[in-house]
Ligand binder design. Structure first.
Ligand code: GAR
Length: 218
């Protein structure tokens, strides 16, 4: 089996990209991050890619007449890397159905909430404002529905007295860096697929909230 090609899309800091780079650094025969794409020229994640020796590309929507032509340009460039998997890691643009269909079953996203709660933006603030007792993050297959595709894995943290959106974001980020490499590893090991009914791990349909990470284990 040849090494799987993974393309990562970012818009910002790229700490999840870093977690993936670190995770796969010692398994070059299994998978490699073959390219990074950003829609922002100043995304810090581009430096992370350069440091890891991974080619990167910046595509600005301003160079394209509409959302579809931007997505088509991205697809053409991404496909040069013949990706087995495309990973959205803090990529803050809504994708067209053409894009999500093109990569159906090989497109993952990480979202900073316990889906189906808090799709969209400002998730930490919204969890606090709702008085929730817990919060977390989810990795899911991307479908046409924004933040609505089948969930693969979630990790939870208690909301503590005195928590702010920032303190919550920090804890959730630590959890993201655990669940994204794990879900990606399942995919490249061909243990994880998008089935007709939802996400399938080891030939078993996952529950609608996905596998729950045991956060007590290291
Ligand atoms: C992460 O918290 C990720 O869950 C979120 O952006 C952050 C990117 O951080 N994604 C979304 O909100 C997508 N709707 P990073 O650039 O350090 O990986």
């Amino acid at each position: 089996m040849s090494a799987k090609s993974i393309v990562v899309l970012i818009s910002g800091s790229g700490s999840n990209l870093q977690a993936l780079l670190d995770h796969f650094a010692d398994q070059p025969d299994v998978a490699r991050i073959s390219a990074v794409f950003s829609n922002k020229a100043d995304a810090y994640g581009l430096e992370r890619a350069a440091k890891a020796g991974v080619p990167s590309h910046v595509l600005s929507h301003r160079d394209h007449a509409d959302r579809l032509s931007f997505d088509q340009a991205m697809m053409a460039q991404i496909d040069q890397y013949q990706p087995d998997l495309v990973i959205l890691a803090g990529f803050m643009r809504i994708l067209t159905p053409e894009f999500t269909r093109h990569y159906a079953g090989r497109l993952l996203n990480i979202h900073p909430s316990l889906l189906p709660k808090y799709k969209g933006l400002d998730t930490h603030q919204r969890a606090l404002a709702a008085g929730d007792s817990e919060h977390g993050c989810s990795v899911h297959f991307v479908t046409e529905e924004l933040d609505g595709g089948p969930v693969i894995i979630q990790a939870r943290t208690d909301i503590r007295p005195g928590d702010s959106a920032d303190s919550l974001a920090h804890r959730v980020h630590q959890l993201e860096h655990r669940i994204y490499p794990l879900a990606t590893q399942w995919f490249v090991d061909e243990r994880l697929q998008l089935g007709a009914q939802g996400a399938v791990l080891d030939n078993r349909l996952l529950p609608s909230t996905g596998h729950q990470l045991d956060v007590s284990s290291p």
